[in-house]
Design a protein around this ligand. Structure first.
Ligand code: ADP
Length: 370
């Protein structure tokens, strides 16, 4: 579209473009009203605007397009334009400025404007596609979470019945049927109890995903002390030392953070080596977050499992070797991620394991909704 009052200039510009191989059809607007109605009804590849028309300043087209949220490249084509004005128009959103007595530059300028617009469109499409994928993922995550919650919640009751009645059967009829029957009843009790524990863990996990992150000023040293207190019996029995260094006071959900430290310390105790367990907890201030390290002197974790042990129910040992269902680290991961942080395992010089996690100075609302 031309924003121009001089038909001769329009002809000349069209001629220049056609000579350079462009196939051009065009409309003309001479007033703001004309521009307004044209830009709403038709779609244009490009606007060539003189900046000084008798009725209005052609460059006001830039304001109109901004208001309408339209992305059409606009090149100012004018008789005279000082450098300052040119800079101002570019700042306002014009793609380029071309002087009417230097029209030979017009085709290059148009070509560049169209190429830039194509790039912007491509970027916008990829951003839209990405946003759509993110939304789909969030929706399917929420559905999965809902499913896990409902399934684990609703399965509790029938499972409780099975567990109770198989236990009752075991008590009443042990030794009264044959040994084979005793064995079968024993398997059923065992299976029902294990399933109950798994379902309860799944429910615990899905509750973490549903609970709001409630950030408050949190003294991390006090949080570790609370976690240690909750583990007092195991700490005393195993002779564990928990050493802290430089833990900050920051915004976090103290109850959830206690759970993280508690799970990590409990694992350090459970997966201890031959020496008394020593847990070193420290924090380092980064640009936008705190980076925590929780290391122990236990049996260590083979590097090829550093990723997968954060998955729910994933374990590296049988229950006979070490008790547990493989829920602790998945809960830590969920809590940290909902605070907007990350958790991973890092190599350390001494034997044992080193868990690292980050917590942003302030949990982001997005992470809270996740
Ligand atoms: P659980 O402790 O119930 O097995 P977790 O999710 O806490 O579940 O841990 C998953 C697995 O990761 C454990 O079974 C163990 O193999 C490994 N693991 C976790 N923490 C440690 C640790 N501090 N040292 C050695 N292995 C560990």
């Amino acid at each position: 579209m031309f924003v121009e009052d001089n038909p001769a200039d329009i002809e000349l510009e069209l001629l220049t473009l056609r000579k350079d191989g462009f196939e051009v059809s065009s409309d003309v607007a001479q007033t703001a009203e004309e521009f307004n109605s044209r830009i709403r009804t038709a779609s244009y590849d490009l606007i060539l605007a003189d900046y000084n028309l008798p009725q209005w300043r052609g460059t006001e087209a830039l304001d109109i397009m901004r208001q309408e949220n339209l992305d059409v490249p606009l090149i100012v084509v004018t008789g005279y334009l000082g450098e300052e004005k040119a800079v101002e128009y570019i700042k306002q959103g014009a793609t380029d400025c071309v002087l009417k007595d230097r029209l030979a530059r017009l085709p290059t300028s148009v070509r560049r404007a169209l190429a830039e617009k194509r790039l912007r469109d491509q970027r916008r499409h990829s951003e839209e596609a990405l946003a759509q994928k993110v939304a789909e993922l969030a929706r399917s995550n929420a559905e999965l979470e809902q499913f896990a919650y409902v399934a684990s919640h609703d399965l509790q009751e029938p499972l409780r019945m099975i567990a109770n009645y198989t236990q009752l059967l075991a008590e009443r009829y042990r030794g009264k049927l044959d040994t084979q029957a005793d064995k079968y009843i024993g398997y059923s009790v065992d299976g029902a109890l294990r399933m109950q524990a798994l379902i309860q863990d799944l429910l615990k996990f899905s509750r973490v995903g549903r609970a709001e992150v409630e950030p408050r000023t949190t003294d991390c040293q006090a949080v570790v002390e609370q976690a240690s207190k909750n583990l007092q019996a195991a700490i005393e029995e195993s002779g564990t030392a928990v050493n802290c260094k430089g833990l900050p006071t920051m915004m976090a959900d103290p109850a959830q953070l206690t759970q993280v430290f508690q799970n990590l310390i409990a694992n350090a105790i459970k997966f201890r080596g031959t020496d008394h367990p020593v847990v070193e907890i420290s924090a380092k201030k980064m640009e936008n977050e705190w980076m925590f390290a929780v290391s122990d002197n236990g049996i260590g974790i083979p590097a090829d499992h550093w990723q997968d042990i954060f998955v729910i129910f994933r374990r590296l040992h049988t229950r006979e070797e070490y008790a547990g269902n493989g829920i602790g680290l998945s809960i830590c991961k969920k809590i940290i991620e909902r605070h907007g942080g990350k958790i991973w395992i890092e190599a350390q010089a001494t034997p044992g394991s080193c868990f690292k996690f980050t917590l942003p100075f302030a949990p982001s609302p997005k992470a809270t909704e996740a």
